[in-house]
Design a protein. Structure first.
Length: 398
């Protein structure tokens, strides 16, 4: 279908992170009308929360092509050299100019928290005529409840604001809600400095690493926090001032209650995607590029994109997300051939190898964690296999 036939098609893009903005750039380039709903006060709100963290992929892999074309048209100077930006530099030198200086600026609604998605006049159970009904996206801003009608919805709301709880079994530890003042979720400030200081203290024996410590209970111990692996007072435990919960992230599916979804039971991602991104088999550098076909849902016209599309899998790369939205925009525009054709060729190494969290030279040489583990190994990557062979519980990357 020629792009001209799609003019006027409204595409609601939920989330104004790197992938949501890239989606808007591709949709615009295809002659359709994107509307980005972003919960935060500015685009890149999640990236802003980790602005102090050095990225593990270099500049060249962090810029979407359609977004780059929009920026070039307004005289933007692409960051030069192959350096690794921090999250803050990604914002200042790429996401902010993209959101404020290009034609996207009139298509982004900030302070707009999406609260539900549905089809006008159709609850989830109703089928006849469903496909012809437009989507209605409800959102909340300072003025009160608002809504937007759209032909297609791309959910790129990420996972940053729904961290996993502290409990080792994926549920909140018993008592977790009562000790929130002692907990921090996600990436602590000055993470790089903390990591380096930590490594020295571990090497000098001043810090004990409690491997295989499965958190099940949290409670107060005077003014401090008691972290335990069991209910009994004499079980294994640690008493600390603060606990940083870095157990990963998960998608928020609550506002999609009226959308017909099909999700992998383990990873909470589109089922076709699960075998491609499974952390038991893959590291971020070995996920093959994919697009609209793998991301499709039983609800026609609804797509997940970006890190949210990976559900609970930690193997996401921005570059793969950019390829997702290129393909989705082509599919929505009716250009099925372009949607099917994979345009991204991931380099063998270097896309996710440093200088962020990886400091081990073997890891740097071969991409994330030394690449994927052999198919039959009970491990997520080469580093994990090696750690287990040395009698450890694993490399901890997943
Ligand atoms: C510390 C860190 C370092 C990383 N480094 C790299 C790297 O070097 N290379 C790489 O390829 N990848 C990296 N990643 C992984 C990934 O590329 C990033 O997380 C990236 O930001 C994902 O982009 P996204 O657009 O999918 O989601 P996000 O950046 O999370 O954006 C989602 C947006 O949606 C908004 N939102 C959330 N809920 C709602 C709602 N209900 N309504 C409206 N808006 C909503 C959020 O405010 C946010 O702005 C890193 C991730 C982290 C956490």
């Amino acid at each position: 279908m020629p792009d001209s036939l799609n003019r006027g098609k409204t595409v609601a893009i939920l989330g104004g992170g790197p992938v949501g903005l890239a989606a808007a750039a591709h949709v615009l380039e295809r002659g359709m009308e994107p509307v980005v709903l972003e919960a935060g006060p500015a685009a890149g709100h999640a990236v802003r929360q980790w602005s102090h963290v050095p990225m593990f992929s270099p500049w060249e892999y962090n810029i979407d092509k359609a977004a780059g074309r929009l920026l070039a048209a307004v005289g933007w100077n692409a960051p030069s050299g192959g350096g690794y930006p921090t999250g803050g530099e990604l914002l200042a030198q790429y996401l902010e100019p993209l959101a404020t200086r290009t034609p996207l600026k009139d298509r982004i609604r900030t302070e707009s928290l999406v609260t539900s998605v549905g089809r006008v006049g159709f609850d989830k159970a109703k089928t006849k005529g469903r496909e012809a009904a437009p989507f209605e996206v409800r959102y909340q801003n300072g003025k009160g409840p608002e809504s937007l009608r759209a032909d297609t919805v791309i959910d790129a709301t990420g996972t940053w604001f729904t961290p996993n709880p502290a409990g080792a079994d994926g549920r909140p530890a018993i008592g977790e809600h009562e000790v929130q003042d002692r907990l921090a979720y996600g990436m602590p400030e000055a993470r790089g400095a903390l990591g380096a200081a930590f490594a020295k203290l571990v090497a000098s024996g001043k810090i004990c690493v409690e491997a295989g410590f499965k958190v099940s209970h949290l409670s107060r111990d005077g003014a401090r926090l008691r972290i335990s692996t069991g209910a009994t007072c004499c079980g294994r435990h640690a008493v600390v001032d603060e606990l940083v919960v870095a157990t990963g992230l998960r998608p928020d599916l609550d506002f999609l209650r009226e959308v017909r979804l099909s999700l992998d039971p383990a990873l909470e991602c589109p089922p076709e995607l699960a075998p491609l991104i499974d952390p038991n088999e893959h590291s971020c550098g070995t996920v093959r590029p994919h697009g609209a076909r793998e991301l499709a849902q039983p609800e026609p016209g609804f797509y997940f994109a970006g890190i949210k599309s990976y559900g609970r899998a930690p193997t996401f790369l921005m570059l793969t997300g950019y390829e997702q939205v290129r393909s989705i925009a082509a599919e929505i525009a009716g250009d099925h051939e372009a949607a099917r054709t994979v345009e991204l060729v991931l380099p063998e190494t270097g896309v996710c190898s440093g200088p962020g969290p990886l400091t081990n030279q073997a890891e740097v040489a071969s991409g994330c964690c030394g690449g994927p583990a052999p198919a039959k190994a009970d491990a997520c990557c080469v580093a994990d296999v090696e750690a287990k062979q040395e009698g450890k519980t694993g490399c901890g990357c997943a």
